[in-house]
Write a protein that binds this ligand. Structure first.
Ligand SMILES: Nc1ncnc2c1ncn2[C@@H]1O[C@H](COP(=O)(O)OP(=O)(O)OP(=O)(O)O)[C@@H](O)[C@H]1O
Length: 585
């Protein structure tokens, strides 16, 4: 297992033993890498940006400094309190900010970062102001004081290697997939049971905790704290490291930390010599280096060096798929019911008083000309949009207005008009995302690698679903290598892996070739026979009329007809709606 090679970092202190200065730099590198890895969680996986990571470090650093110097307690108690305080601080900040959209999250982290920096400088009685707090005790492990850079490096590098391992576990887990999915498209993630705000908050807490650990290490390494290393400038430096190295990859982030720690030191000496005067010119140089890297390698250095990750075929551990809840209950009983649904966008009534019932084991088609309100109806039923009026019942339980992540686990799955596929994941991982609501492992379990059994079952479930739709051979491909038709099949596999019984398919036939459409029709008929219930929207009338048991026709937001394919085809209102469209075209 390549990832255990990271523990080889522990040889570095021996190699650098004759060079005390480089040993110090080695410790700075390990601590910077920890902070930068907190951004792998937040930005690389979760797609959020924080300019407050140095402030999180500062909270833990000051907590341990105060406790150990003023109250004389052990540094390990300082660590516990430091982490506790950092998490509490991250919780407050996270609760206030993770729901913010766009630039508001990074902006608000800047505000908090600046506020804490000012506090640290001004609460002189508590923090010692800009002079700081001195004489922190050295850490000791098993009675051995870590009082030299050489000894300290073993601890900081060990923690770095351990964190790298934990983050690999996170990436290869339901939570890693869910975070990546959230970054790409929150609605799809929510459609498979991911609560976006809750997961973002947890990622924010984890990132804060990692930065807090780094702050603790920093404080006891220097045995001195003052506000400077916990400034906005420092936060920006960590972000630059992570982004320049490749924030979406673990080795990239560590590489960025190594490069910039080395560069900082070198530039600090070189630039004043070159420019003939003293000053913090290295900050300007950072900006230039970052701009240069991003110009030539927008994903950061690591993906440029390592190439786009080619996924090899991996041997899957032998595992049973997750228990499939067989569609149970009486055929023909109502599983999904919409009553008088209404939705207006400004003055436009997109859906107006639409009612229908989907029965177990049937294929119900929702058709109508462009703009008739079909997709909006889908969104109302799945919880993607809250209705202005009307009700939705799933298996007899009212789900009106519930968000998608609460509707999905009750047994409803959907696909989208345009396939929502995550290109940075394999086909298998894309399908495995769908098992999110059927699996349980939390952050702690995942970080410590205690989720492997469940994870193997999730992957086995995903593989089985892929095989069922004919994509088994492509499981280890990057998902963006699939054709449009294969992406539709992947969406279908996701539904099967999710264990949903009620399947809502938005234009499943779009982009499929004739042969693929025949396969799709065969598959849907087989699923209906097994007791799955299918509601589908499609513009391909041959497909719809050949498949559907019943058809609901919408026009201008209203239901204008309902019946068997033969009945609706004969219906004069339906003919007028479609002919009207042809004439208008
Ligand atoms: N988020 C929105 N904001 C404003 N108007 C919207 C929104 N979503 C849909 N509409 C409008 O509501 C009407 C119904 O749209 P909808 O996408 O539900 O129709 P549709 O039957 O699915 O059409 P198509 O077959 O073209 O996909 C359209 O006039 C559309 O422009």
């Amino acid at each position: 297992m390549r990832r255990y090679l990271w523990f080889a970092l522990l040889f570095l202190p021996f190699l650098l033993a004759p060079f005390p200065f480089y040993l110090t730099l080695l410790n700075f590198f390990a601590i910077a890498a920890l902070v930068a890895l907190s951004l792998y969680v937040l930005t690389g996986l979760g797609g959020m940006t924080s300019f407050a990571q140095a402030a999180f470090m500062g909270v833990a650093a000051y907590a341990t400094a105060l406790l150990t110097t003023r109250a004389g307690v052990s540094p390990w108690a300082g660590l516990a309190l430091g982490l506790g305080l950092t998490l509490a601080f991250a919780l407050v900040l996270g609760l206030l900010t993770v729901r913010l959209k766009g630039h508001f999250l990074p902006l608000s982290t800047i505000a908090w970062q600046v506020a804490l920096y000012i506090l640290a400088g001004n609460l002189v009685g508590l923090t010692g102001g800009h002079t700081g707090l001195t004489d922190l005790p050295a850490l000791a492990l098993f009675g051995l004081p870590l009082d030299s850079p050489f000894r300290y490096a073993f601890l900081s590098l060990f923690l770095l290697a351990l964190l790298v391992l934990a983050l690999h576990n996170l990436r290869e887990s339901r939570l890693g997939r869910a975070l990546l999915a959230l970054r790409g498209d929150a609605l799809t993630a929510a459609s498979f049971g991911v609560d976006p705000a809750a997961l973002r908050l947890k990622a924010f807490l984890l990132a804060g905790g990692i930065a807090g650990l780094a702050g603790f290490l920093y404080a006891h390494f220097l045995r001195f704290v003052n506000p400077t290393p916990f400034s906005l400038e420092a936060s920006i430096k960590y972000l630059v490291m992570a982004v320049a190295g490749g924030v979406g990859t673990i080795p990239g982030v560590v590489l960025g930390a190594a490069l910039f720690t080395g560069l900082e030191d070198w530039l600090k000496d070189l630039l004043p010599l070159l420019l003939g005067r003293q000053g913090n010119y290295e900050t300007i140089a950072y900006g230039l280096v970052l701009a240069g890297i991003l110009l030539f390698a927008p994903q950061g250095l690591w993906p440029l060096l390592a190439g786009r990750r080619a996924f090899g075929r991996q041997a899957l551990p032998e595992a049973k798929p997750l228990p499939q809840r067989p569609p149970s209950g009486r055929r023909g009983e109502v599983v999904l019911e919409a009553r008088g649904l209404r939705k207006a966008f400004g003055g436009l009534l997109a859906v107006n008083g639409v009612s229908f019932a989907l029965r177990r084991g049937e294929i119900l088609a929702l058709i109508g000309p462009n703009g008739a309100g079909k997709s909006t109806t889908f969104n109302l039923v799945t919880g993607a949009l809250p209705p202005d009026g009307g009700q939705v019942f799933l298996f007899g339980k009212e789900v009106t207005g519930l968000p998608p992540y609460r509707v999905h686990p009750l047994g409803l799955g959907r696909t989208f008009q345009h396939p929502h596929i995550f290109p940075e994941m394999t086909v298998l991982e894309n399908a495995a995302l769908a098992t999110y609501a059927r699996t349980r492992a939390g952050f702690l379990q995942v970080l410590f690698g205690l989720h492997r059994k469940e994870e193997a079952r999730a992957l086995a479930t995903a593989l089985e679903a892929l095989r069922r739709v004919g994509l088994g051979e492509l499981a280890w491909e990057r998902a963006d290598r699939l054709t449009a038709g294969q992406q539709r099949l992947l969406e279908l596999a996701r539904l099967l892996a999710s264990g949903a019984e009620v399947l809502l398919l938005d234009e499943p036939g779009a982009g499929l070739r004739a042969g693929e459409k025949r396969e799709l029709a065969k598959l849907l008929l087989a699923l209906a026979r097994e007791g799955y219930s299918v509601l589908l929207v499609d513009h391909d009338m041959d497909l719809v009329m050949g498949l559907a048991d019943r058809v609901v026709v919408m026009n201008y937001g209203e239901k204008i007809a309902e019946g068997t394919p033969e009945e609706v085809q004969k219906n004069p209102l339906v003919r007028a709606a479609y002919l009207g469209e042809v004439e208008a075209a």
